[in-house]
Design a protein. Structure first.
Length: 186
């Protein structure tokens, strides 16, 4: 999955909504899947997708009549000026944007309060650099990784292979050698 993939909240009881139940009764689980594909498209397009049913049907490998029905017949979407949208997607996007704005304002206050702090200290690259320095210090305490990165070497010279999870953590830079216990492989 690409790094800049986003997610949206999906109510675990969405199928119990009366409008969705009507959709399910007419189009089955395939229609329900198409419904969620349309919701994904709305999130990817700021809750405004052209009502080009032919293109949508081609993209989702279904019939234009099915797309038209799902968008128009159940009150799940609203249409205006050649576009369709969703009131629930709109509400959730507004909530997310509100939280983002509050976080941005909080960060601004924090920076304005501590004018001597360097903003670069909070950027991801600066954090990675600090983690790298911490790792070197910890490795010098007697526990270190083998040169090939496939095992850990303890103070007494014993060597232990890393498990799959530990190898993944090592690749992300989040595995700390001194925290590895003898005989414990993840």
């Amino acid at each position: 999955m690409p790094k800049d993939t986003f997610y949206f909240s999906h109510d675990y009881n969405a199928r119990t909504d009366p409008k969705v139940k009507k959709l399910l009764s007419r189009h089955g689980i395939a229609g329900y899947g198409i419904y969620w594909a349309l919701i994904e498209d709305l999130y990817n397009n700021s809750n405004k997708v052209p009502s080009d049913y032919e293109t949508i049907a081609y993209d989702l490998k279904t019939d234009t009549k099915v797309i038209s029905s799902i968008i128009e017949d159940f009150g799940l979407f609203t249409s205006s000026d050649g576009f369709f949208s969703s009131d629930s997607v709109k509400r959730r996007l507004e909530e997310r944007n509100g939280r983002s704005e509050k976080a941005r304002q909080s960060a601004e206050k924090r920076w304005n309060r501590n004018a001597n702090a360097l903003q670069s200290d909070c950027e991801p690259d600066a954090i990675k650099e600090r983690k790298g320095k911490e790792r070197k210090e910890k490795e010098n305490r007697g526990v270190k990784f083998s040169e090939d990165g496939g095992s850990v070497i303890f103070e007494d010279g014993d060597q232990q292979p890393l498990g799959e999870v530990q190898k993944l953590e090592l690749g992300r830079g989040s595995l700390v050698p001194r925290l590895i216990e003898k005989g414990v492989i993840h």
